[in-house]
Design a protein around this ligand. Structure first.
Ligand code: GAR
Length: 213
């Protein structure tokens, strides 16, 4: 059984999608062991509590330096000892030590088709604002392994979403969540939990059966 730690910063709709997928059998062989937020008041923590899941806030505001915050976050995660870390809207730069320790065991959901609209400064609504400003007709979401860069790790799964006439950043964000994020994040976790994701030469190879499911 894959033990997951989910890291969040906000509303936690992706966390909810994971919890729902476990409950309705879309994700098998995995459980959410704990939820960690960098913000004490993140609604995602309430969602965790409602499901009887351990939840913690590790806030940078409570540490004198960024390094001290990084150490505290790493030690909390190591205490949980997850098999997989899921960044589900976790909008904090991670300490390198954490990234190295959890290489190929940490995934992130990003609300665009990487390599478009990603990298430093591209998070949340900003991604959709930039997609609309550029006038793209198709956008989407990406799940990838986390490496030392910003949104640069091996891509596991992507799903395209059409931009519609009159879209605002908010309507586009919602459609990308509904049609892509909440689908590919649980699907990826299920594949990892069932040993169907391999990394070869820095690229992800998916088992054929898993892709057609
Ligand atoms: C999601 O859209 C996620 O893709 C994005 O933050 C949102 C969190 O929403 N993540 C990033 O932009 C990471 N660069 P949620 O708290 O409702 O899941």
């Amino acid at each position: 059984m894959l033990k997951i730690a989910v890291l969040v910063s906000g509303g936690g709709t992706n966390l909810q999608a994971i919890l729902d997928a476990i409950e309705n059998g879309v994700i098998t062989n995995a459980r959410v062991e704990a939820v960690i937020s960098n913000k004490k008041d993140a609604y995602a923590l309430t969602r965790a509590k409602e499901h009887g899941i351990r939840s913690f806030a590790v806030s940078p505001k409570e540490y004198e330096t960024r390094e001290a915050f990084g150490e505290a976050l790493l030690s909390k995660i190591n205490e949980i000892a997850p098999d997989l870390i899921v960044l589900a809207g976790f909008l904090v730069i991670l300490p390198e030590k954490l990234v190295m320790q959890y290489k190929n065991r940490m995934i992130n959901i990003h609300p665009s088709l990487i390599p478009s609209f990603c990298g430093p400064g591209y998070y949340g609504l900003k991604v959709h604002e930039e997609a609309l400003a550029r006038g793209v007709k198709v956008t989407g979401a990406t799940v990838h392994f986390v490496d030392g860069g910003c949104d640069t790790g091996p891509i596991i799964m992507q799903k395209a979403v059409e931009v519609e006439q009159g879209d605002t950043p908010e309507t586009l964000q919602r459609r990308v969540m509904e049609q892509a994020e909440w689908i590919i994040l649980p699907k990826t976790i299920d594949m990892i939990a069932n040993g169907k994701v391999q990394v070869c030469d820095g690229k992800v190879v998916l088992e054929q059966e898993a892709m057609t499911k």
